[in-house]
Design a protein around this ligand. Structure first.
Ligand SMILES: Cc1ncc(COP(=O)(O)O)c(C=O)c1O
Length: 438
């Protein structure tokens, strides 16, 4: 019998509950903006591994920082002893995150634990137990962060008691306008959700997993003003779209928000597990031994974080993300002339969504199988990307910020052909049956 493939071995040992896979891609390596699959074929990465691969794969700055710190590890935990990389990283994060007064940084391993920490410490420090979040939001997959999320893929788990999920106004499918959502919030405040019981609102400044939705101008600012009136804290979840991806260092800057707490993850570790919460010391210093993870703030992950933030500056990634993102989005928009299936191309910087529709007039989403087929065919043609959206009809392009102009052209040509081939029936339902993930 021939040797089993990586995919077969994976299926035999990795739990389904930790999977979200969109194509047959199985990896043995990565270099620059390419992923290397079993057998050695290189695939252009337009997914950024869902965000963390801000610098692509094996970027020299990350390799060097990790190598150096692992050769002389300053302990393995921040719980007992401070270590240089973690303290430097906290200093850097404070310097680059707008805010006033005494602030502190907490470190974790993932966006999920960081949102969990923010939620728990806010409830404890304010004595308020209600929270506001959005239908379509995704803040993580641990009990707390999942409990304030509103994604359709998570209806297997009940929301946290006391959470108010509001619709997130979607300019492309305006089922609820910004004004209607704000009016609904006012009504909730007047009736069943007393605002003085609300600790915080969790905001994605660009709703990512819910479909790459850019909020209508002024909506989040108006929400912030309403919350401020009642002492409700503003938590901005920058896990997926923060740190240069949106074409500004922080995505919330597009909205003119002044957050109380900012949550970072994904790109911060650029492949290593690392997350952070930055917030006022009166909250973040609530009590020792409150949000302990033994290996959080470990010097190797923190060294990667320092290298990632330095590289944003040295490689001008904020400007680059805006410039390459525009090129990419314009190219995808131009495909709309040939592919009726493209209803909308939206996003900020290099966080781009392509909303696929059955009909441009009704804007009815395509079935998830159609989205999956385009991703599958894209994989066969040599590019990796995924989908998001409450109806699984939005192609997500979240590539490394190091993507080049040539790679944009290559990616667009692949998407173009993948759409044409799917329209011509070259991919069957059976081909994608095992990659329909949410
Ligand atoms: C906005 C947002 N917050 C939090 C998370 C959770 O991050 P992680 O999967 O690293 O725990 C995600 C993951 O996709 C996210 O998109």
């Amino acid at each position: 019998m021939s040797n089993p493939s990586l995919r077969q071995r994976d299926a035999a040992c990795i739990a389904e509950i930790g999977r979200l896979r969109f194509s047959p891609l199985s990896l043995v390596g990565g270099r620059g903006n390419r992923l290397i699959e079993e057998g050695g074929r290189e695939v252009l990465d337009l997914s950024g591994s869902a965000g963390p691969a801000m610098l692509g794969y094996s970027h020299p700055a990350i390799v060097e920082a990790v190598e150096q710190s692992v050769r002389s590890m300053a302990g393995a935990s921040l719980l007992l002893y401070p270590n240089e990389p973690a303290v430097s990283l906290a200093e850097r994060l404070l310097a680059l995150t707008p805010g006033t007064g005494e602030r502190r940084v907490w470190f974790g391993h993932s966006g999920s634990d960081a949102n969990d920490c923010a939620l728990r410490v806010l409830a404890a420090a304010t004595g308020r137990s209600r929270f506001i979040s959005f239908i379509g939001s995704y803040h993580g997959n641990l009990s707390g962060s999942m409990g304030i999320s509103g994604h359709t893929a998570m209806t297997h788990t009940l929301p946290r008691p006391g959470v108010l999920l509001l619709p997130y106004p979607d300019p492309y499918r305006p089922r609820f306008s910004a004004e209607e959502v704000l009016s609904l919030l006012d009504y909730q405040f007047e009736t069943t959700c007393p605002p003085d019981q609300v600790a915080a609102v969790f905001i994605e400044p660009l709703m990512s997993d819910g479909g790459l939705i850019v909020p209508p101008p002024g909506f989040l600012k108006a929400l912030e003003a309403r919350c401020r009136r009642h002492g409700i804290r503003i938590v901005v979840d920058e896990v997926k779209v923060g740190l240069a991806r949106s074409g500004l260092l922080h995505c919330f800057q597009h909205e003119g928000l002044t957050p109380d707490l900012v949550v970072f993850g994904k790109a911060l570790g650029s492949g290593l597990p690392l997350s952070a919460v930055v917030g006022p010391s009166e909250i973040m210093d609530h009590a020792p031994a409150f949000a302990l993870l033994t290996t959080a703030g470990n010097p190797v992950a923190a060294a990667a974080g320092n290298a990632a933030l330095r590289t944003i500056e040295t490689e001008g990634l904020v400007e680059r993300s805006a410039r390459i993102g525009k090129l990419f989005a314009d190219g995808l928009r131009a495909l709309g002339d040939r592919h009726e299936i493209i209803g909308d191309v939206r996003g900020r910087g290099l966080a781009i969504g392509v909303d696929l529709v059955e009909d441009r007039t009704t804007r009815a989403p395509v079935p998830a199988t159609t989205t999956a087929k385009i991703i599958y065919r894209g994989y066969e043609l040599g590019a990796a990307f995924t989908y998001v959206g409450l109806k699984a009809n939005v192609l997500e392009f979240m590539p490394p910020l190091t993507l080049t102009e040539d790679e944009v052209a290559e990616g667009i040509a692949i998407v173009d052909r993948a759409m044409a081939d799917v329209a011509a029936g070259k991919v069957s339902d059976a081909d994608v049956a095992s990659f329909m993930m949410w």
